[in-house]
Design a binder for this molecule. Structure first.
Ligand code: ADP
Ligand code: TRP
Length: 319
């Protein structure tokens, strides 16, 4: 029996190459008996504009489908269509130390960047734990920034089980890439840092973005170190091993400028995401197709979440 995968992505902006290689690619590779959802409850901690939230939610769903998620294999749903997770969150809050949440990396990070810390932001990892535990997920494929949240979920499941018996399955994680995917400034790619390359950017806008990738100031003739170069790192995600080796040799040999490498990267992005972009555009013309998938996903996910929540209620004496 395949392990049960679950993961969520917040609808808080256009998805980018970091999201694709850090998360979505792995989701599409592990679809059987899997649950993937659009974390719109979580997004409310940062997106507080109704129309924007709706638009983004549709965009994430359509992007998943365009990237190859097959709704006959995996369950694709909107988090808010499974309100059981909020109920489960409360039960988990009662076994979670308040101090633990203050150590949450995303809470600390957002606070450090001056984003006002609501109680929602603080308790965000508990809702994430509820998402995971609600469907008895065994593996959560995410980028490295999310590892702490999965460990929190595991801790919460353990605490609850310790008190009330074996109610929850203990989840683990799998990383999409060993290192975070770098953005155009060399830092971790993130929509909140404004250094991202959206998956479906194309034409002039994509070219401008790729050309803006920061490199050192070595001239065309100089020998260059591929391992420290953002252009090479991004190219490596898209190229075959042979192509990667070839570019590394060109870097080292000299006579190959960053401009050349950027054009090679641009070509790869276009070739890789072009067909997905066309499918994505198809969903703009037929939004009902996406809605139908989400409605069906909601039904299937909710059934599982209801059963787990009932199990937890009974275990702690609510039933
Ligand atoms: P962002 O940082 O742009 O807001 P999210 O936090 O919404 O991205 O991330 C959604 C998923 O994509 C998570 O699983 C996260 O770990 C993964 N992810 C995001 N950025 C990167 C990156 N630069 N490298 C690898 N994975 C990433
Ligand atoms: N916090 C995750 C992120 O920002 C999104 C998320 C919400 C999630 N619930 C989840 C990821 C459950 C994995 C499992 O990327």
């Amino acid at each position: 029996m395949a392990k049960r995968y679950l993961s969520g992505i917040q609808p808080s902006g256009l998805l980018h190459l970091g999201n694709y290689f850090g998360a979505i690619r792995k989701h599409v590779q592990n679809q059987d008996d899997a649950f993937y959802f659009i974390a719109n409850y979580h997004a409310l901690t940062t997106v507080q504009d109704r129309d924007q939230l709706r638009r983004n939610t549709f965009d994430v769903a359509a992007t998943y489908l365009a990237c190859g998620l097959d709704p006959h294999r995996a369950v694709l749903y909107r988090q808010s269509d499974v309100p059981e997770v909020c109920e489960l969150m409360w039960l988990l809050m009662t076994v979670t130390g308040a101090g633990l949440l203050e150590k949450g990396v995303s809470f600390k990070d957002k606070k450090a960047r001056g984003i006002q810390a609501s109680a929602g932001l603080l308790t965000y990892p508990v809702l994430q734990a509820a998402d995971i535990l609600a469907v008895d997920a065994q593996v959560v494929p995410v980028g490295s920034d999310q590892v702490q949240h999965i460990e929190f979920a595991r801790d919460m499941a353990q605490s609850f089980n310790h008190l009330y018996g074996e109610v929850f399955v203990l989840p683990g994680f799998e990383l999409g890439t060993p290192q975070p995917v770098p953005g155009i400034d060399g830092q971790k790619m993130s929509k909140s840092y404004g250094n991202h390359i959206p998956i479906f950017l194309h034409g002039k806008a994509l070219k401008k973005r790729v050309m803006a990738i920061v490199t050192d100031s070595k001239g065309v003739e100089d020998s260059k170190d591929p391992t420290t170069c953002t252009v090479f790192q991004l190219y490596s995600l898209l190229a075959s091993e042979a192509e990667r080796q070839e570019m590394a040799e060109r870097y080292r040999a000299g006579g190959y400028g960053y401009g050349h490498a950027k054009l090679a990267l641009l070509e790869k992005i276009d070739a890789f995401f072009g067909p997905m972009r066309e499918r994505r555009e198809e969903y703009d013309r037929h939004p009902d197709l996406v809605e139908d998938v989400l409605a069906d996903g909601a039904k299937r996910a909710r059934e599982v979440a209801r059963a787990t929540t009932d199990r937890a209620r009974a275990a702690c004496g609510l039933a």
